[in-house]
Design a protein around this ligand. Sequence first.
Ligand SMILES: [Zn+2]
Length: 95
Amino acid sequence: MRQETRTPENGYHGAECRGCGKALRGHPYYMGKPAYLPLDEGGGQAKVNHYGGFVCSYSCDYRAALRLEQDMPGHGGQARLTPPLSTQIARRWES
Ligand SMILES: [Zn+2]
C-alpha cells in the first residue's frame, strides 16, 4: 500500500490523535480548528476527546480519557472509565 507523505502540502500541519499519536490532517488541537483522518482511513473529521484533543477511534478516545483520569489527583490507579463518561464516549462512536 502506498504510504502518503505527511507534509503541510497535503494537509498535515501537526494535528495528532491523543490516543495513539497518529498524524491527522489539520492543525494542532489548541488552534481550535477541526482535524481530519488520513485519506486512506476515510478522511472524515476527527472527533474530540472529552478532556480535549483529537482522537481517531473509540479505543483511542477511551484510552486518552482514561489516561487523563489516572493522572488526576484522587483517581490514581483506576483501571477503567465509569459512567457517565464511559457512556458518553461509547455514544459518540455509535452509528
Ligand atoms: Zn488514534
